[in-house]
Design a protein around this ligand. Structure first.
Ligand SMILES: Nc1nc2c(c(=O)[nH]1)N[C@H]1C(S)=C(S)[C@@H](COP(=O)(O)OP(=O)(O)OC[C@H]3O[C@@H](n4cnc5c(=O)[nH]c(N)nc54)[C@H](O)[C@@H]3O)O[C@H]1N2
Ligand SMILES: Nc1nc2c(c(=O)[nH]1)N[C@H]1C(S)=C(S)[C@@H](COP(=O)(O)OP(=O)(O)OC[C@H]3O[C@@H](n4cnc5c(=O)[nH]c(N)nc54)[C@H](O)[C@@H]3O)O[C@H]1N2
Ligand SMILES: [Mo]
Length: 681
């Protein structure tokens, strides 16, 4: 049979959100290439994208519903039996305790407008309990919103115009590989590059300066930098006078942070602070590219506000090659997610939703609910057991329920806790419209092949369940996506923009309405004052924080008594072979990263009698892991590193992490964990 080449897009929770061309032959995925129409990702597909060829045909893929047998093992069942069991199980809980005894938990496994159908179903069910906040980025989103008014940034390709690029707590060489192409263009034109990270990352190989703060102290570092910009008169006065709110009190705050104090707190030598301040003050246009690293602390939001201030002082916003490249929600035009609190599903008369569980404290918060207590859970697109903080509490919370449903492509650690597991479609098996958070393109994730006979997309599952639960057909038609009705439903969502049609999207990526190459070019910031707010009343009224980005030591810090027992900070970053808990089991990728290792500085290792390859025990009061040691002279002493995303049997790091929220946005303070390391017995 001849092959065809079709356009689609990768829906993983990743900056790049690549446009793809895919060769399909005989109903199978044969070859994946970049789509040249996407100026941000046209250069190539990452290693995980290439591995979709293996993933789509993986023998581990779930292709039929599973039901737990009395002995605890899983057996394959038919769809009628699965749907009957689910409808009966959910209705029983609703009759006994009300609909809010059911938890609906959705993770970040796939992007798409059709995901909204799930909450529509739960409203028709009569409501449910769901989560608020987000594991990923909300402290930074909220910090940016408070300071600049919105989460927008210059187009990815605009980085080529920067003369100074500061990657701060971001490692795009692994997490946003396409950004390295745009950086290469900037470097060719003579740009200077700095990385701020406690680790010498792959990204740092391109930098002239690596600044390695003690984890969680970037706020102090930023205030020290601001101090020097002020003291050396590197401030763009006309810009500040016209566009910055709260300059005078901020200048007073920064005045209290001479470089020696910033160095004492952050562990960055004064000379490095001076050098970075000189670059920020003189090499323009300057773009700061913050990642998600330093906002995963209990002081993370305030840290991000202090960092944005450096661009405000130097006038590096609203211009080509300049700015704060954190999150670009230009494609989020369908009315969600601009404000971290907007991700709360609104309660409607026909479905009262209890938004009671912060996802950062999923386990303890599920266990604490008592009016009514939770009795059932539905999990889709997520793998909370390894990925949410405090794994033992998450496991305990799921085990305490009477009835659990998990919808996934694979039998994950979370699926293994379920009573019924439903097999999910993959990205090639249902059409959807997806946005992004780095580039400004709307894209069609196109259906290219039929799902395996035993797999049904979530929309069809919800439709069939609504039928079984006796929902009125007219109500279903009004609220849910009917089987086969995806494209008509998506076309209706696109009607506000007559130029953006499914036909156009089928050809390739389309710029979102209103997308511009330079964000905030009119210097009109949608904050209460209309200016960049270094002083934010809302920081206090909404989050109970200082109006100014004051530095506060993280709650679990090397400067507390706990450090006597647990002197090391555990960082749990991402690696290039996986998106969190996905992809890691594929043979292609296991060849590169077969399992988790504990990376530590030779100083810390040798002092504990550990050498390369030795097995170490990493532990704190919450849990322990046994892992092989890798010596890494690029890691700041006092810091140890284990990547997140490995499964329980391999070594899942969140057994060591505390269920703790960030200072704003209800994020998870993932990197704020002290541990000790010793030779494994
Ligand atoms: N310690 C530590 N923990 C972390 C982090 C960290 O830095 N350190 N990072 C955090 C961050 S940033 C994030 S975003 C989270 C991610 O955590 P999660 O949102 O739980 O994401 P994944 O681990 O990618 O799991 C997604 C699941 O969705 C499934 N899936 C994919 N496509 C579909 C689909 O179409 N339908 C259905 N039903 N399922 C599908 C996948 O198979 C996979 O099992 O992890 C967080 N956890
Ligand atoms: N290959 C791959 N790509 C991904 C993902 C993936 O799992 N794999 N996940 C996607 C998702 S959901 C996300 S959220 C993003 C994450 O993208 P990134 O933000 O780039 O990645 P992280 O690994 O979470 O953290 C970035 C860096 O922050 C550093 N860091 C930790 N604590 C501190 C600190 O206190 N100060 C400073 N300055 N740095 C610190 C870590 O050492 C790490 O190198 O990547 C996306 N892209
Ligand atoms: Mo994330």
């Amino acid at each position: 049979m001849p092959s065809t080449v079709l356009t689609t897009a990768c829906p993983r929770n990743c900056y790049s959100t690549c446009s793809l061309t895919v060769e399909v032959e005989d109903g199978r995925i044969r070859r994946i290439e970049p789509h040249p129409g996407n100026l941000a990702t046209g250069q190539g597909v990452c290693i995980k994208g290439l591995a979709y060829v293996e993933r789509a045909a993986s023998p581990d893929r779930l292709t039929a519903p599973l039901r737990r047998r009395p002995d605890g093992s899983f057996g394959t069942i038919g769809w009628d039996e699965a749907l009957d069991a689910i409808a009966t199980g959910l209705a029983r809980v609703r009759d006994r305790l009300g609909p809010r005894a059911v938890l609906f938990y959705a993770g970040s496994g796939t992007k798409g407008l059709l995901n909204g159908n799930s909450m529509a179903f739960w409203r028709l069910f009569g409501g449910c309990t769901t989560t608020y906040g987000d594991l990923c980025w909300p402290a930074g989103l909220e910090a940016t919103r408070l300071t600049l008014g919105d989460n927008l940034h210059n187009a990815p390709w605009d980085l080529a115009h920067a003369r100074l690029v500061v990657f701060w707590g971001k490692n795009p060489a692994e997490t946003n590989v396409h950004q390295m192409d745009h950086l290469a263009q900037a470097l060719e034109a003579g740009a200077r590059v700095v990385v701020v990270d406690p680790r010498r990352t792959e990204t740092a190989e391109r930098a002239e300066l690596l600044v390695q703060p003690r984890p969680g102290t970037d706020g102090a570092l930023a205030l020290g930098l601001a101090h020097l910009l002020l003291a050396r008169d590197r401030v763009d006065r006309p810009f500040v006078d016209a566009h910055v709110h709260g300059f005078a009190p901020f200048a007073e705050l920064a005045g209290a942070w001479p470089p020696a104090r910033a160095a004492e707190v952050s562990g960055v030598p004064v000379a490095a602070i001076e050098r970075l301040a000189e670059l920020l003050g003189t090499v323009h246009p300057a773009t700061i590219v913050p990642g998600f690293g330093m906002q995963r602390y209990t002081n993370g939001g305030q840290t991000m506000r202090a960092m944005i201030a450096l661009l405000a002082l130097t006038g590096q916003l609203g211009r080509p090659g300049a700015g704060w490249m954190y999150a670009n929600l230009a494609t989020h035009v369908f009315g969600h997610l601009r404000d971290p609190l907007d991700c709360y599903p609104p309660a409607t008369p026909d479905g009262v939703v209890r938004v009671a569980v912060p996802t950062a404290r999923l386990g303890p918060a599920m266990l604490a609910l008592d009016d009514p207590p939770l009795a059932a859970a539905w999990v889709e697109r997520g793998n909370p057991i390894p990925q949410n903080p405090e794994t033992p509490a998450v496991v305990a919370a799921f085990r305490r329920l009477d009835f659990r449903v998990v919808v996934d492509e694979f039998l994950t650690d979370t699926a293994r806790e379920a009573d019924v597991v439903l097999p999910a479609k993959n990205l090639f098996e249902q059409t959807d419209v997806i946005g992004a958070y780095w580039h400004p393109y709307l894209q069609l994730r196109q259906k290219l092949v039929e799902p395996p006979p035993g797999v049904r997309p979530e929309t069809e599952v919800y439709w069939a369940l609504a039928e079984r639960l006796g929902v009125d057909r007219a109500v279903m038609d009004a609220h849910l996506v009917p089987p086969g009705g995806e494209e008509a439903w998506l076309a209706r969502r696109l009607t506000p923009w007559p130029d953006i049609t499914l036909e156009r999207l089928r050809e390739g990526p389309v710029l979102a309405p209103g997308a511009t190459d330079v964000a905030f070019a009119d210097l009109d910031f949608p904050t209460p004052s209309g200016k960049i707010e270094l002083w934010s009343d809302e920081a206090r009224s909404r989050w109970g924080l200082d109006e100014l980005p004051e530095y506060r030591e993280p709650v679990e810090s090397q400067r507390t008594e706990l450090a006597a027992r647990y002197p090391l900070v555990l960082l749990t970053p991402n690696t290039k072979t996986r998106i969190h808990s996905q992809f890691g089991f594929l043979a292609t990728l296991r060849r590169i990263e077969p399992g988790p290792v504990l990376s530590m500085s030779p100083d810390d290792a040798l002092g504990r009698g550990l050498a390369e390859g030795d097995r170490a025990r990493v532990f704190n009061d919450r849990g322990e892991l046994h892992l092989p040691v890798r010596l890494d002279g690029g890691i700041r002493p006092g810091v140890v590193v284990v990547p997140n995303g490995f499964w329980l049997h391999e070594g899942a790091v969140n057994g060591l992490s505390a269920a703790r929220e960030t200072d704003m946005g209800h994020g998870a303070a993932f990197h704020e964990n002290l541990v000790q390391v010793e030779r494994a017995p």
